[in-house]
Write a protein that binds this ligand. Structure first.
Ligand SMILES: [Cu+2]
Length: 212
């Protein structure tokens, strides 16, 4: 469906953004170091090399998002990766209170602690209702609740349906306004409009910054 040369260009554009992002923070949890190494490899190489021998040869691009809490403390990373199979989100977080929390992609590429209110509402390019249990749902930014165990450590990968990291895709997250990832203080009930009644905003990070 996509031509390889075009992908290389797109990938290069996104990788430039990755290179400009804050440095990858090394957490001690397994998996995190691998992510850091991958990032260094891909940002140092030419974009065509990423496609040809980036290790995950079908991976088009990935974005490493620093996640901070309301005290502005880094609590880990959220890595969005796109391949032929779609977009995945790998969360490596620590120091969160145990519980179940609503998590969404929000419509603006700003996420300022402590309230993260500037992230706006949910990413909703199809003008749907909120929630996986809604008849006319759901927002493309709706994600499954995040479950944090007693030790406060999260290492998990989830699929993110229908969206794309590629700038020209129909439901790209690289919109003019940008996009962000927000974790709330309570669980999303998957039906209350327009937010799932998931409370305040506890953790956030910018996926794509707004375009100039
Ligand atoms: Cu939200």
């Amino acid at each position: 469906m996509f031509k390889r040369g075009r992908l290389a260009l797109l990938s290069g554009a996104v990788l430039t953004m990755v290179a400009c992002a804050d440095e990858v923070t090394e957490l001690e949890e397994s998996g995190q170091e691998d992510v850091a190494e991958d990032q260094e490899e891909t940002t140092d190489d030419e974009s065509t090399d990423v496609l040809e021998d980036g290790g995950t040869d079908e991976e088009y691009t990935s974005i490493d998002v620093d996640m901070v809490n309301s005290d502005s403390t880094l609590v880990g990373s959220a890595v969005f990766s796109e391949s032929e199979e779609g977009v995945t989100l790998t969360l490596n977080l620590e120091g969160l209170p145990a519980g179940e929390y609503g998590m969404h992609i929000h419509e603006f590429g700003i996420a300022t602690p402590p309230t993260f209110e500037d992230a706006g509402g949910h990413f909703n390019p199809t003008d749907a209702e909120h929630g996986f249990d809604s008849e006319d749902g759901h927002h493309l930014g709706d994600l499954p609740n995040l479950v944090v165990p007693e030790n406060g450590i999260v290492n998990e990968t989830i699929e993110v349906s229908d969206v794309s990291l590629l700038p020209d895709a129909e439901y790209t997250l690289a919109t003019e306004d940008g996009t962000s990832l927000i974790i709330h203080t309570g669980p999303d009930d998957y039906e209350t409009q327009p937010t799932g009644d998931s409370g305040e905003r506890m953790v956030g990070g910018v996926i794509f910054a707004p375009q100039d």
